[in-house]
Design a binder for this molecule. Structure first.
Ligand code: PLP
Length: 479
């Protein structure tokens, strides 16, 4: 499916080649690499396109795609609510100025600490909604004295998404089973203010998977009618449940490969409205995309530090790896890569990328893992040491999944807006790597303990200690 929208004011996709290469080079010069660049204007455009496609729906941004404060503020100003998956995300949404009534906390096996925090926040922000996918979680909320707004998450029995690891809709982990959903919602209504039902098919739904999306939406529409009209409901309810909305999740895909067409959002919206209809009076449709809002608003800029021709392949070593952008290693995900140039070849050549031949290369990061590659066998304008590469469509689940594995500080992030740029996350330092560590026990003391233990034990006791020790331990002790 393609979007007919003219590529003028607000094009349906921004490709890596659409970024201003000179500006990315300047930003890398100013802030160093690896560097995430997030364009807040593009975030706003994506929000606008969603609003145009779903003018009457409740729009919620799935914060997990990118929780940076600047992004959250842009999304809030654009009028979307926040869908949060943890106490941490909720805390960040509040810090970015979201009112409690615009926050939807989706609890997935929530740790006690998260529930304590959320119930505390709801005391001050009674408009907050907790979306719950297990009866146990309802009980745990009630135990904490919570009787506020609840949405019941349903396992719709149908999933979709770009990779099996992100197809939540069919996974038992998420939501109450569909055949029990009506009964669970009715029981919950006796203890809480049940305001919605929710399901999410998965992440990165492409045009070929729209049938699954449509099926999920139809099932959710049917559930809302069962709850509004108890006589339709086999669970034996007699009282209608006064729903405000049916949330059919997010998952709208974005094109990663250059040749992939963008999602026809208007067609998706039409199909969604059609499949969910007729909604009971007063019940709104809600959607909660994450990726769609931020993915093409972000790039990761990285610098080539090593070019290694081998008989098998040419390996281009860069300073960003799976700790900066995990998606290729985790999901075999494709990210477009463009060579911005700036380097100098071994023979002193510094030709612009457009004047170089395209060479198939593997782009590999600095992490000691075979899977730490950003792409394989990809034709790039012959990379040389010092070149900058722009890794496109990196704004969603990019920085969010970054880690400090191999003791690598996480990268910096700069937000661009109009002609300005602002450093919104400083680059981590080596000191950040150990900031949460505490002093280990004094080696002298533990050594003294060990000596005392050894000396105090009878010969028989020492032998028993040896027998109880694991193989490897024993070997060490015997030596
Ligand atoms: N809602 C829920 C409950 C999710 O788990 C997710 C992603 O995992 C989303 C929304 C957003 O998905 P996407 O970023 O693909 O739109």
């Amino acid at each position: 499916m393609t979007d007919d929208e003219p590529a003028g004011e607000n094009p349906p996709v921004r490709r890596v080649s659409d970024w201003d290469a000179d500006r990315l080079v300047d930003l890398a010069g100013e802030y160093d690499t690896p560097l995430y660049v997030q364009d807040l204007d593009r975030v706003r455009e994506n929000c606008e396109r969603l609003r145009d496609a779903f003018p009457d729906a409740d729009l919620r941004y799935a914060v997990k795609a990118h929780t940076g404060r600047a992004v959250l503020e842009a999304v809030r100003e654009a009028g979307l609510d926040a869908e949060c998956a943890s106490a941490g995300e909720l805390d960040r949404a509040l810090a970015a100025g979201f009112d409690g009534s615009r926050i939807h906390y989706t609890a997935v096996n929530p740790p006690a600490r998260d529930l304590d925090y959320v119930v505390g926040v709801a005391g001050a922000e009674p408009g907050l909604t907790v979306t719950v996918g297990a009866v146990d979680t309802l009980d745990r909320l009630a135990e904490r004295g919570y009787d506020g707004r609840v949405c019941v998450r349903v396992n719709p029995g149908v999933g979709a998404g770009h990779h099996e690891k992100v197809r939540t809709g069919g996974a038992a982990k998420f939501g109450v089973p569909r055949d029990r959903a009506a009964a669970v919602a009715r029981d919950a209504a006796a203890r809480f203010d049940v305001v919605g039902v929710h399901a999410h098919a998965g992440s990165g739904i492409d045009p070929e998977q729209l049938d699954s999306h449509r099926e999920l939406v139809a099932r959710m529409g049917e559930l809302s009618r069962e709850l509004a009209e108890p006589e339709r409901d086999a669970s034996g309810g007699t009282e209608p449940v006064d729903l405000e909305y049916v949330d059919v999740g997010g998952g709208f895909g974005v094109p990663y490969e250059e040749a992939d067409p963008p999602l026809d959002l208007a067609a998706v919206a039409d199909a969604t409205r059609e499949a969910v209809a007729p909604l009971p009076d007063g019940v709104a449709l809600a959607v909660e995309p994450g990726r769609y809002v931020v993915a093409d608003a972000g790039v990761l800029v990285t610098r080539v530090n090593t070019v290694k021709p081998t008989p098998a392949e040419t390996v281009v070593g860069v300073d960003a790896g799976m700790t900066d952008l995990l998606r290729p290693a985790l999901y075999d995900a494709y990210h477009p890569i463009s060579n911005l140039g700036g380097g100098r070849s071994a023979d002193g050549g510094d030709a612009a990328p457009a004047d170089r031949s395209a060479t198939p290369v593997t782009v590999a990061g600095p992490i000691c893992e075979t899977g730490d590659v950003l792409c394989r066998d990809r034709a790039l304008a012959d990379p040389v040491r010092g070149d900058l590469l722009a890794v496109g469509v990196a704004g969603a689940y990019g920085y969010e999944m970054a880690s400090q594995y191999n003791s690598r500080p996480r990268p910096a992030e700069v937000a661009v807006h109009g002609g300005a740029s602002t450093l919104v996350r400083r680059r981590e330092t080596l000191a950040d790597l150990t900031a949460v560590e505490r002093e280990p026990p004094e080696p002298a003391a533990s050594e003294a303990d060990a000596v005392e233990r050894r000396g105090g034990a009878s010969e028989r006791g020492a032998a028993a200690d040896r027998d109880a020790a694991p193989e490897t331990d024993r070997g060490v002790r015997d030596r």
